[in-house]
Design a protein around this ligand. Structure first.
Ligand code: HEC
Ligand code: HEC
Ligand code: HEC
Length: 152
């Protein structure tokens, strides 16, 4: 009898350990996340965890509003994302698979068409250079000298 009860206790312990060890979706995602360069400054435009999950919504929503209703706010501007998240090495967010935006996306199998029109590098701040240089180019058919032809 003593034997059975300690067996049960052991079984219960093993069960509990299995539950604890079972990785949550978040934990699994965290462990699998590619190594990312830390952005500039100490924090993102929103809580990091929130950004990890919801950045696409912020950008898409913002894009739709910008494009269809003419609303322009700068809080979730793609240019700002690029300004803070461009790689120290490549100067871009999506020139190589290690660069910030491309790192997760290539891992997750997400392909963005954003870079067909939007620059993956922050605007060069040369004196006398027109602001317009960094704006979205007029036609998606024109080659964009700023993104180095990056896709992804
Ligand atoms: C066919 C070209 C094209 C594609 C593809 C495209 N955009 Fe845009 N986007 C524009 C244009 C044009 C504007 C308006 C120009 C401006 O406001 O500077 C704009 C504006 C924006 C803005 C608001 C301005 C800013 O700099 O933040 C955001 C955010 C944005 N786009 C996000 C995206 C995202 C995310 C994708 C990919 C899912 C994307 N766009 C794909 C052309 C494009
Ligand atoms: C002022 C600079 C700044 C701007 C602007 C900015 N970020 Fe960030 N972002 C950061 C920093 C710094 C971190 C890391 C924060 C941390 O470690 O807690 C971060 C973290 C993130 C993360 C989570 C990365 C991870 O470790 O999982 C995502 C996703 C992200 N940013 C996307 C964006 C997008 C999309 C935009 C544009 C809408 C943007 N960021 C704008 C600085 C910025
Ligand atoms: C921590 C990982 C991670 C980082 C860093 C990251 N993304 Fe994402 N992104 C994802 C994942 C995962 C998805 C797909 C989510 C889904 O399918 O619901 C996604 C989807 C998107 C989408 C929507 C694509 C679509 O067609 O639906 C956009 C736009 C986007 N990301 C923009 C960016 C930009 C811009 C950056 C860099 C500033 C960035 N992301 C950095 C993980 C990341």
């Amino acid at each position: 009898m003593a034997r059975l009860s300690s067996w049960l206790r052991l079984a219960a312990l093993i069960g509990a350990a299995a539950v604890l060890a079972a990785p949550s979706f978040e934990a699994a995602a965290g462990a699998d996340k590619p190594k990312l360069e830390h952005g500039k400054g100490d924090k993102c435009v929103e809580d990091t965890d929130f950004m990890r999950r919801n950045h696409m919504e912020l950008l898409k929503h913002h894009r739709d509003e910008t494009m269809h209703q003419g609303i322009r706010t700068t809080k979730y501007s793609l240019k700002q994302c690029v300004a803070c998240h461009a790689s120290e090495k490549t100067g871009s967010v999506a020139a190589t698979k290690e660069d910030f935006c491309a790192a997760c996306h290539s891992y997750a199998g997400v392909k963005l068409d954003c870079w067909d029109c939007h620059a993956t590098k922050p605007m060069a701040k040369k004196p006398g250079q027109a602001e317009a240089q960094a704006e979205v180019k007029a036609s998606p058919l024109m080659p964009n000298p700023q993104n180095g032809g990056a896709k992804q």
